[in-house]
Design a protein around this ligand. Structure first.
Ligand SMILES: NC(=O)c1ccc[n+]([C@@H]2O[C@H](COP(=O)([O-])OP(=O)(O)OC[C@H]3O[C@@H](n4cnc5c(N)ncnc54)[C@H](OP(=O)(O)O)[C@@H]3O)[C@@H](O)[C@H]2O)c1
Length: 435
């Protein structure tokens, strides 16, 4: 018989600690949002019957069309959020997405002393700190292991597995849509063709800006930065760069340089200064980041003491993401301790001192290379290589210059100068090279 209780103690209260060792607390669970992830979470709860987890309510707008035959008859299907929030459920699993009304539901659940599990990266990136404070004040828990990299346990890995280290750098592939597009372009396809395929497969939205523009990844990076680098940043301060400027020519040149191209989210702490950026970058073929294919995600966390730790796997999709949600629920049932990671607000820069790949598209004439090298030299930037492949017409000639590690600001000034040259057909493409 399901055991109904409206005021179960939070799992880290003395009452919860007196539970028989190894036994799970019984949790009544309501899912808010029965879409891709919500229905997968329900499937796992119904099929696997994890110890201590009872799915009692499913909330969605126009819920009648969502009913499924495999759900037990005991589940209450509701389109009344207020009624479910006022019920005796212990945990709200928020899987509707977006800032509102999801944020309102989460706040109200925490206010009522319930716990919340969510996969909502936007909500956590913008309001996670306030919501965690609210949870702590009211005796509930807020868990969001699925909010970054779907089914890959990177959040618990950072919160617990690497808590003993001082993480100095993060490099991640945090957006499966971009990874699908770029890893297909690596095989020779053009951006527009692969985007259409990604949309047909359901990997990309009709308006793909959130993904290809880097906005989705920067929200995830902001979450990871708080857990790994212990800094609170406003996601809007991370300036994203779109992958739409990448062409097959860039993959061809990248290959000649022993590299490929991926959308990388990176953050670094050097001498107390924090820098973060999201955008397409050149990645050495020997780097694990280059091995991620399709919609896979990857995070490399570099610890001061323990070195690099790589997390990789399926970063999206109903079932992989649902696994992370159910794992959070099980942690609650087994008496999850609140992980309090100290973090402080930080001012953010985007100044990385790294080598760069710069692709020019010019109408050829004598003296172009000399003019470019002079403009770079004026900013004390050393050229590493000049690469020009045969087979392109002189009226639209792409060629590449790579430069030794230099400050992004110095390169920006040099490129502003170079861009004003009359031979330049498009803005030069500047990509960081990860080493
Ligand atoms: N899908 C993934 O691979 C993935 C991976 C990691 C994290 N996440 C996160 O998980 C969350 C859910 O994603 P999803 O892919 O499952 O989304 P989804 O398929 O669009 O499902 C969202 C569900 O919530 C319902 N909903 C949305 N707004 C509502 C409202 N105002 N009132 C009532 N119901 C509402 C939707 O109903 P309708 O059917 O009427 O629209 C839909 O059933 C998001 O925060 C997302 O960022 C998803």
């Amino acid at each position: 018989m399901p055991q109904a209780h409206s005021s179960a103690p939070p799992s880290d209260t003395p009452a919860a600690h007196t539970r028989k060792p190894g036994s799970a607390r019984h949790l009544r669970i309501a899912i808010f949002g029965f879409g891709t992830v919500g229905s997968s979470v329900a499937r796992i709860l119904v099929e696997s019957k994890p110890q201590g987890l009872e799915l009692t309510h499913i909330f969605n707008r126009k819920v009648a069309r969502k009913r499924v035959a495999w759900a037990p008859a005991s589940i209450v299907w509701s389109e009344d959020a207020d009624a479910v929030l006022a019920s005796d459920v212990d945990v709200i699993v928020e899987l509707a997405g977006g800032l509102d009304p999801a944020g309102t539901w989460v706040r109200r659940a925490l206010e009522a002393g319930k716990s919340v599990v969510t996969a909502n990266k936007k909500l956590i990136a913008y309001h996670g700190i306030d919501l965690e404070r609210l949870a702590a004040a009211k005796g509930g828990h807020l868990k969001y292991g699925a909010a970054v990299a779907g089914g890959i346990p990177v959040i618990p890995g950072l919160e617990q597995g690497m808590a003993g280290d001082r993480i100095e750098r993060l490099d991640g592939i945090l957006n499966g849509t971009c990874n699908f597009i770029l890893s297909k372009m690596e095989e020779g396809a053009e951006y527009a063709t692969v985007l259409a395929e990604a949309q047909a497969k359901g990997y990309a939205e009709a308006d793909p800006t959130e993904d290809v523009g880097g906005f989705d990844a920067r929200a995830k990076l902001a979450i990871l930065m708080r857990l790994a680098l212990r800094v609170q940043v406003d996601p809007d301060e991370i300036v994203p760069r779109s992958i739409t400027t990448i062409t097959s020519v860039d993959f061809s040149y990248a290959r000649d340089l022993g590299c490929t191209i991926r959308q990388v989210s990176r953050a670094q702490q050097v001498d107390g200064l924090i820098a973060a950026t999201v955008g397409p970058m050149l990645v050495a073929l020997r780097s694990p980041l280059a091995w991620s294919q399709g919609t896979e995600n990857m995070v490399i966390a570099s610890g001061h003491y323990g070195g690099d730790v790589v997390f990789s796997g399926h970063g999206a999709g109903g079932h992989p993401t649902a696994v992370a949600v159910v794992s959070d629920l099980l942690a609650l049932a087994h008496g999850s301790q609140r992980v309090e990671i100290p973090s402080a607000p930080a001012r953010l820069g985007d100044e990385f001192e790294v080598p760069h790949y710069i692709r020019f598209l010019v109408k050829d004439r004598p003296g172009i290379v000399a003019a470019i090298t002079t403009a770079l030299a004026e900013e004390q930037i050393n050229i590493r290589a000049i690469v020009q492949k045969a087979g392109y017409p002189a009226h639209a000639l792409p060629f590449v210059v790579t430069v030794e590690p230099c400050k992004s600001s110095a390169l920006k000034r040099a490129l502003a100068h170079i861009q004003s040259m009359d031979c330049m057909l498009v803005e030069p493409l500047d990509l960081q090279m990860l080493e």
